[in-house]
Design a protein around this ligand. Sequence first.
Ligand SMILES: [Zn+2]
Length: 207
Amino acid sequence: MKQKLCPWCLLTVGLGSVAGASDLPSDLRSHPRACRHDSTKQDGAQAADAKPLPLLVKQAIALLPFIDDGQVVILPRTSDLSVYLVSWGYSRDTASQTVAEVAPLAEFTIDHHFPIFINGGSPHYRRILASWEHGKSPDEAARVLASDIYHEYRHAACGEEELDALAAQICLLKRWRHEGLLKIADPYIAAKESRRRSLAKSAIKSR
Ligand SMILES: [Zn+2]
């Protein structure tokens, strides 16, 4: 089973000094959108001992009507991923290696399939949780998490590679900002745009 991890989903929040101004993508108004209607749970999200989703995660998913709770899994510890990997046929060695590789990631998919995993112990998730629990704009904190989940959805449901998934996420963040629903995420959006630009440059160089 070939692995396709998503290293770019690594925490990029907090890079507030990164310049981020750019034009709004033309398909701004179409996001968030479902990729295909049959992208229901498909990879045994319930096959393992899934933990109940925290209220924050449920609130984030509720912002994305085409995703249901069964397509998202919260991992209290990254090692909890092993149960899924072994049930999908990974050897124990490969599962351990995969767990180590995804440990730094806040959210990820395996092989671009559902479920979408959230690393509950990651600094990014914990920062959003703290903002949701104690900040002045809990709804906006949930939107930031929703954008991350949407990014992973684009991998899982649309088969998109990183550049496109990132563009879709940025689109959604900007749409919410434009609508006045997201005022706290400028540094996060800027960091995502910076990442997208650097990825695009790399793609051009490698041609
Ligand atoms: Zn990604």
